[in-house]
Write a protein that binds this ligand. Structure first.
Ligand code: ZN
Length: 230
């Protein structure tokens, strides 16, 4: 892990494509200003930023031009004129690229988005624009892993038994493997395992590197995911 940020650009291996993720030391956590600073740091044009208003929905949007997009947790680009951005602090940042068509997407996948199928909705939208399973490569970035993701009685019914890794303890908590759910949804779309890179870092465990909403509560900062073209 670099001191400054994580780059997944080499995994996608397309000339001109940058796919990066900030760590807790990259940025000062000043909201939109951070997106501008981070874009400039990695050589992307901040004027091209797409800035979604994230609401833990399963909404997606095809963003043909820069700017603000309301009420969406997945953004898709079918041109090279935008820099997609997404902020997270435990939820899974998901980078998607069709390496032939050069279309890109970013998803903010928390448990609410996952159980309402934001991953498959987004990729199926890419299929509608001509993307193909065999050409899709995906990075599942740092997120809260099953070691740390507890849920309580009131929401446990949202999750299938297969991803509950530890059953109810004395405090009425369960542990859930959100990463396993994401991977299952990708395999249902027949995305080849070799085309999926999983960053195994747990945002809650890795206190030196990441912000974590579950660990730090309301005062938690955010990491930024960016994908765009130089
Ligand atoms: Zn952990």
């Amino acid at each position: 892990m670099s001191n400054n940020w994580i780059s997944y650009s080499n995994f996608f291996d397309i000339v001109g494509l940058k796919a990066v993720f900030s760590n807790r030391n990259t940025l000062s956590n000043e909201g939109v200003h951070d997106r501008i600073v981070f874009s400039e740091l990695i050589g992307l044009n901040p004027k091209n930023l797409v800035i979604p208003k994230q609401t833990h929905s399963s909404n997606y949007f095809v963003c043909e031009s820069p700017g603000n997009y309301p009420d969406t947790d997945a953004v898709i680009s079918i041109n090279k004129h935008v820099v997609l951005s997404m902020q997270v602090a435990d939820c899974i940042p998901i980078f998607i690229v069709d390496i032939e068509k050069k279309y890109t997407a970013l998803i903010h996948a928390g448990w609410r988005g996952l159980v309402t199928n934001i991953i498959q909705k987004t990729i199926k939208q890419m299929f509608q624009h001509g993307c193909e399973t065999k050409n899709i490569k995906i990075v599942l970035g740092p997120s809260i892993k099953s070691c740390c993701f507890e849920v309580s009685d009131d929401v446990i019914h949202q999750f299938s038994q297969s991803i509950i890794t530890r059953n109810r303890n004395k405090k009425g908590k369960y542990w859930v493997d959100l990463l396993a759910l994401a991977k299952k949804q990708l395999s249902e779309l027949s995305i080849n395992d070799a085309n999926i890179y999983v960053d195994q870092n747990c945002t809650s465990c890795e206190i030196d590197h990441f912000h974590s909403y579950r660990r730090d509560g309301m005062k938690a900062g955010r990491m930024l995911a960016l994908i765009g073209w130089v």
